[in-house]
Design a protein around this ligand. Sequence first.
Ligand SMILES: NC(=O)c1ccc[n+]([C@@H]2O[C@H](COP(=O)([O-])OP(=O)(O)OC[C@H]3O[C@@H](n4cnc5c(N)ncnc54)[C@H](OP(=O)(O)O)[C@@H]3O)[C@@H](O)[C@H]2O)c1
Length: 317
Amino acid sequence: MATEGQKVVLITGCSSGIGMAIAVRLARDENKRYYVIATMRDLKRKDKLVEAAGDAYGRTLSLLTLDVCSDESVKQCVDSVKDRHIDILINNAGVGLVGPIEALSLDDMKQVFETNFFGVVRMLKEVMPDMKRRRSGHILVISSVLGLHGVAFNDIYSASKFATEGLCEGVAIQLLKFNVTVSMIEPGPVNTEFEMKLLTDVSKKEFAGADAETLDHFRNCYLPTQVNLFQGLGQTPEEIAKCTQKVIESPRPPFRNLTNPLYTPIVALKYADETRSLSVHTFYHMLYNLGGVMNVSVRIMKFLSGGWLRRRTISPI
Ligand SMILES: NC(=O)c1ccc[n+]([C@@H]2O[C@H](COP(=O)([O-])OP(=O)(O)OC[C@H]3O[C@@H](n4cnc5c(N)ncnc54)[C@H](OP(=O)(O)O)[C@@H]3O)[C@@H](O)[C@H]2O)c1
C-alpha cells in the first residue's frame, strides 16, 4: 500500500515494452516517491515485470488486472485501488495494425480503436472525476509521432492516435480548471514486442482485396524500410520511461513530448507550406520513388547512431 507522501501511479498495459519499463523505473525510484499499480489484462504475463522490478515488487509495485476494452474490468480495477486515489494515470496499453486498408477487416480496425482510443476514454471516465474532485492529478497518454502525421499502410493505427490526440487536446483545456494536467508522450519507433507482433500478423495474412501493385509496395518497400527504421532509429522502452518520468517531475509538465528529436523535422514538415501538401508529396516520393534511397539513408543513420550494436528484438520477415 502507498505510504504517506508517495504518489500513486496507475499504468495500463504493463506486461511488456514501454508500460513495463515505466512501471519498473518509477517503482525503483531511489527516493521511493511512487507507489506503482502496474496493470495488465492477463496476470499470467506478469513474470518479466516481476523479475525486472526485483525487490520493488510487493513494496512500491503491485499488480492488478485491467483490460482497457472492458468497462467492467476498468471499474473493478479502479474500485480496488485504496479510496480510488490515483495521482498519476498513464494510458499506455495499445495495439498496432498495418496493411492496405482495402485488405483489412473492419473488425480488426474497430479493435484498434477499441483499445487505443476507447481504452483511454474508459480510463478517463473512471479516473478523471475523482481527480477533478480532489483538484489534483496528472494524466499521461503514450501517443505516437503517428498521432501527429499519417504514414501509408499505418492509416488505421495513425487515425486511432490522432483521435486520442484530439481527445486529449479538449480534455486538457477542461481539466486545467480543476488543476489536473494532461501530457502526451509521442515516441517514434521503439524496440518492443509491438513491431514483432505486427510482423507476425503480417506474415499470417494474405491481404486479399488489395491489388498486386499496392501489395508489392507494401511487402517489398514499406515493410523492409520499417524494419530498418526500427533497427536503426528505434529507441529503447527505457528511454521512453526516462522521458516519461521527466515529464511527470517537471514543475510545468509539457503537453506534447516527442521522445526522438530525429522526428521533429518530419512533424514540422506538415506546417512548412501554405497548402499543407508538402508532407503528403514528400511521403509519397519517399515511399514510391525513393524507397531505395530511404533504405540506404536509414542504414547510414543506423551506422552513425551505433544502431548496428543494438540488440535485435525483431526479425525481418
Ligand atoms: N513500439 C513502438 O514503436 C511505439 C511507438 C509509438 C507509440 N507506441 C505506443 O506505446 C504503447 C505501448 O506499446 P509497446 O511498444 O510497449 O508495445 P507492446 O510491448 O506490444 O505493449 C503493449 C501493451 O499493451 C497491452 N494491451 C493490449 N491490449 C490491451 C487491452 N485491451 N487491455 C490492457 N492492455 C492491453 C499489451 O498487453 P498483452 O500482453 O495482454 O497483449 C501490452 O502490455 C502503445 O500505446 C503504442 O501504441 C509504441
